[in-house]
Design a protein around this ligand. Structure first.
Ligand SMILES: C[S@@+](CC[C@H](N)C(=O)[O-])C[C@H]1O[C@@H](n2cnc3c(N)ncnc32)[C@H](O)[C@@H]1O
Length: 270
């Protein structure tokens, strides 16, 4: 399989497949790198894996070498479907879906728990993460590539400069950690920014959709004016009274409130 990768690069050239900027295409063509990502994502122990945005299939090849059960690919760019079909050994293990991951209903693609692995297009990374963590279908684990700064915003702790809405919403429903850093040079063509792989495991006991909606309202207001004291930034939602009902110091700023504190503020909302 390792020998196949130079030919993957050659295949791209032979097919005249240039990366499209509009699809956020930056490819991983080194199987050593894609295998490492898949090691962080697994073990899969026969569970299904959905890969979003397989492109020419560098990450797909590593997934197919692993202990994944069913492997489902969702790719928006039709140019890659013939290349991906060449990875199908006819056993029924691989399913290729041409479509937009933002609109796909994953529950219709897999039965039972499934992992999600993706070198995500940067422009849809955050909406997809929120869709998978707060939507009706949630994977048992997600291993996703993000722009380094976005990865830092996902895993940030109270007091960090990067701590904000994305950290609170993600960590209210999941445990998230950065498992790998990748320089721009690891990709073809190289993006302008460095990247990081984030491994996310949804909590068994996640807040209800209603509670999450309230959390989104509170965090939008609190971080919308992050330099202000909460009594002021949360004025429209109850200000100092809301803080007191939640046991939060009204003179504190959003950046120091932990996840439990934000959940208490959400619960205190009328
Ligand atoms: C950063 S490239 C990664 C390609 C491949 N996984 C790799 O590592 O070499 C992102 C891929 O996602 C695809 N893509 C972009 N937007 C998408 C969407 N909304 N749904 C599904 N695939 C998408 C692109 O066409 C591209 O193949």
């Amino acid at each position: 399989m390792a020998d196949a990768l130079p030919s993957l690069r050659e295949t791209l050239d032979a097919h005249g497949l240039l990366a499209k900027k509009s699809f956020g295409q930056h490819f991983l063509l080194d199987l050593n790198v894609t295998r490492k990502i898949v090691r962080y994502a697994g073990p899969f122990e026969g569970r299904a894996v959905i890969e979003v945005g397989p492109g020419p299939g560098g990450l797909t090849r590593a997934i197919l070498e692993s202990d994944a059960g069913k492997v489902v690919l969702v790719e928006k760019d039709p140019r890659f479907i013939p290349l991906l079909s060449e990875l199908d050994d006819g056993s029924g293990r691989l399913t290729i879906v041409e479509g937009d991951a933002l609109n796909v209903r994953e529950a219709q693609l897999v039965e039972g728990p499934a992992h999600l692995v993706s070198n995500l297009p940067y422009n849809v990374g955050t909406p997809l993460l929120i869709k998978w963590l707060t939507g009706p279908w949630t994977p048992c684990a997600l291993t996703l590539m993000f722009q380094k700064e976005v990865a830092e915003r996902i895993v940030a702790a109270p007091g960090d400069d990067a701590y904000g809405r994305l950290a609170v919403i993600t960590q209210a429903v999941a445990e998230a950690r950065i498992v790998m850093h990748l320089p721009a040079a690891a990709f073809t063509p190289p993006p302008k920014v460095a990247s990081a792989v984030v491994h996310v495991v949804p909590l068994a006991d996640r807040p209800s959709p209603e509670r999450l909606k309230k959390l989104e309202r509170v965090t939008a207001a609190a971080f919308g004016q992050r330099r202000k004291m909460l009594r002021s930034s949360l004025k429209q939602l109850g200000g100092g009274d809301l803080c007191e009902a939640a046991g939060i110091e009204p003179d504190a700023r959003a950046e120091v409130i932990d996840i439990a504190g934000f959940l208490r503020l959400a619960d205190a909302l009328k």
